[in-house]
Design a protein around this ligand. Structure first.
Ligand code: PLP
Length: 477
């Protein structure tokens, strides 16, 4: 076959396989059904000396992956915090791979660069961030933290008279991070990558509502008050979706000359819903913000967004020049703002998602996920020997299952929680993951998919009901 017709046949086959996969999602088990051993056995063929026909490669790839794919592209997946892909976003992502632009520079991909400019403007608008903030489209909230905290590090050290770009960290004033016990592990990883160090991260206790209080932050700022300081606040934590009280905390931090970064992986999207916007009051006064595209916006992986209120520090942390590159005078070269160099043109999928939804569609998506999360947590929490431990503030909540035997201990309830969750997942009807919250095992409920419907919620509750009734009968034997 001539080269271009083989390519044509391969892409057509991939499209058929993709459509058949998407069509199967409502009925297929949402959990993986193939074991680790099976998957290894399927994929571990000897690397061939001669090449394999591309249609065969794709056919066999799909066949071998079957059963090893989780159903998070559908509507019945509530594990971790994982979104699906909106139709236009997924299609734009196909085209992104096809066009294969290197979106590091305007010169390498003019349309990609301009689309990212527009994405930046639209995102700041829907997320309620200052129009003057600079931005970067990165691989996820993890790299958004790294981008923002690199800008923060540059700023707090510059205020202390230190040029971190030139002189590095050896001998620099020691930077500290103040945050709460709801901090996400990706902030800790950013602290490690940026040479701040985990010993310089002070995890302050949050209150019963999972919020950092002004009293606690004021105390912490007062200790070692001369030290370059970054305060990391939470807009929607992974367990209960709690938001820190931004106006008070940001004012305190700024009085102390600290930089304020907000982890809004989920929470920043609440700005799209008028009834939820109050949760973000004051968040616009922070110095940087990180969020995700591949979670609640339902853009395919990999996609996250960093925003910085101080262009000079963002640019100083990332800017890159080389004589062999072609730098634009009036266009935006993405690599001046991103930690990567050659990069995927991930703006196309974001652009497509925001256009497909519009303001109203985004509002409905966010509100709908919150409603479904609340329904799942309250309805499963009302079942026998179950309890809603954390009602969702937004789209995350917790349920714990209890061992009904007399004298059962907290450890028994922990074990029971993990068992019930595994049994629900084994039905293939819904998929949840666990967490340890305030010392107790819980089942986390996270609803981030545009595809989740009221029917999916009923199926999750029915699966839990069935597991609990079978278990109760076994218990009485
Ligand atoms: C998922 C998540 C992150 C990390 O985002 P990635 O997209 O996985 O890099 C950070 N913070 C919170 C609150 C999250 O839920």
């Amino acid at each position: 076959m001539p080269l271009d017709s083989r390519q044509h046949a391969t892409l057509e086959r991939a499209a058929e396989l993709a459509l058949s996969f998407l069509g199967s999602l409502d009925d297929a088990p949402v959990c993986a059904t193939a074991s680790l051993a099976e998957l290894r056995q399927r994929f571990s063929r000897p690397l061939p000396d001669g090449g394999v026909d591309p249609v065969t490669v794709i056919d066999e790839l799909a066949r071998d992956a079957a059963g090893g794919l989780l159903g998070n592209a559908g509507g019945r997946f509530y594990g971790w915090v994982i979104g699906a892909g909106l139709p236009a976003a997924l299609a734009a992502d196909w085209l992104t791979a096809t066009w294969d632009q290197n979106a590091g520079l305007y010169a390498c991909g003019p349309a990609a660069a301009v689309v990212e400019e527009v994405c930046g403007t639209w995102l700041k608008d829907v997320l309620g961030l200052p129009p003057s903030a600079t931005f970067a489209l990165v691989t996820g909230c993890q790299m958004a933290h790294v981008t923002c905290l690199a800008a923060a590090r540059h700023a707090v050290l510059a205020r202390a008279g230190w040029d971190v770009n030139r002189d590095g960290l050896a001998g620099a004033p020691s930077v500290r991070i103040l945050t709460s016990s709801e901090v996400h592990g990706t902030t800790t990883r950013a602290a490690k990558l940026l040479g701040i160090g985990t010993a310089n991260m002070f995890v302050l206790p949050s209150d019963l509502a999972s919020q950092l209080t002004p009293e606690v932050l004021r105390d912490a700022l007062g200790r070692e008050s001369g030290r370059p300081t970054i305060v990391v606040l939470q807009a929607g934590d992974v367990n209960c979706g709690a938001f820190d009280p931004f106006p008070e905390l940001i004012a305190l931090a700024h009085e102390a000359n600290a930089w304020v970064h907000i982890d809004g992986a989920m929470g920043l999207w609440c700005n799209a819903v008028p009834e939820l916007r109050h949760l973000l009051a004051g968040a616009e006064h922070a110095d940087s913000w990180a969020t995700d595209g591949h979670k609640w916006l339902n853009v395919p992986y990999d996609c996250g967004y960093a925003f910085v209120a101080h262009a000079e520090h963002h640019r100083a942390a990332m800017e890159h020049r080389a004589s062999y590159l072609s730098h634009a005078d009036d266009a935006r070269d993405q690599l001046d703002w991103t930690p990567d160099h050659s990069r995927r043109a991930r703006g196309f999928a974001t652009y497509a998602a925001l256009r497909e939804l519009g303001r109203t569609g985004l509002c409905h998506l966010v509100a709908r996920c919150c409603r479904h999360a609340r329904d799942i947590v309250t309805r499963i929490g009302d079942l026998p020997d179950a309890r809603a431990v954390c009602l969702p503030v937004i789209n995350q909540g917790l349920v714990r299952f209890y061992d009904a035997r007399p004298g059962a201990t907290e450890e028994d309830h922990d074990k029971r929680t993990d068992e019930v969750m595994a049994a629900i997942n084994a039905t293939g009807e819904a998929f949840f993951t666990g967490t340890t919250w305030k010392g107790k095992r819980c089942m986390r409920v996270s609803v981030s998919s545009w595809r989740t419907t009221a029917d999916d919620v009923d199926r999750a509750v029915a699966a839990a009901e069935q597991v609990l009734s079978v278990a109760a009968n076994v218990g009485h034997e």
